[in-house]
Design a protein. Structure first.
Length: 182
């Protein structure tokens, strides 16, 4: 039983699990904001534009309700309530649009902050800026530095692997064996 809880603790403590939990909580709060925007601002404006009290009240009556003289419903109304469906679609589209915009902004910021490992560090970049170099100059210098680093890596001797060492030993033993048989 202790191993179970230890494994569970390890599972929960993983960074991506915590990130997902934060994402769910923020997503839930964000969804409430967008739902309020739809229900409290957009839908009343849309309902006013179409001359109805609420978009959710829009319906297509197949058979009207039958009532007696006192107003009691004898036979219930049969209707297709497309207004509620329309409101759910608009709500979904706005949530998806807002989420897309937020994610796009976050990804753009993330991509701008991500630096090439062969390029300048943030400290080097700031130092060059303080020295009076313009952004375009720094970018050109950084691209040159990155190209040189990649070329140096491409021209560097390949590290020996276990396979290459074993092949060399095999070839040496084969040569030695051939010399002994002569």
């Amino acid at each position: 039983m202790k191993k179970f809880f230890k494994d569970f603790k390890t599972f929960i403590a993983r960074g991506n699990i915590l990130d997902m939990a934060v994402g769910v909580i923020i997503g839930n709060a964000f969804s409430k904001i967008v739902t309020s925007l739809v229900n409290d601002i957009i839908m009343p404006l849309l309902a006013g534009a179409i001359g109805n009290s609420s978009v959710a009240d829009l319906k297509w009556v197949l058979h009207p309700a039958v009532t007696d003289e006192t107003g009691n419903v004898i036979k219930a109304e049969a209707a297709v309530a497309y207004g509620t469906f329309l409101q759910a679609i608009i709500d979904f589209l706005l949530v998806a649009l807002c989420l897309f915009i937020v994610l796009r902004i976050v990804m753009n910021i993330s991509n701008k902050l991500r630096r090439d490992p062969d390029g300048y560090t943030n400290e080097e970049y700031l130092k060059l800026r303080k020295e009076g170099h313009k952004r375009k100059e720094i970018k050109a210098m950084e691209e040159k530095k990155i190209a040189e680093a990649r070329e140096a890596r491409a021209n560097a001797p390949k590290p020996e692997t276990t396979d290459s060492i074993l092949k060399d030993i095999r070839d040496l033993l084969k040569t030695q064996s051939e010399q002994e048989t002569k």
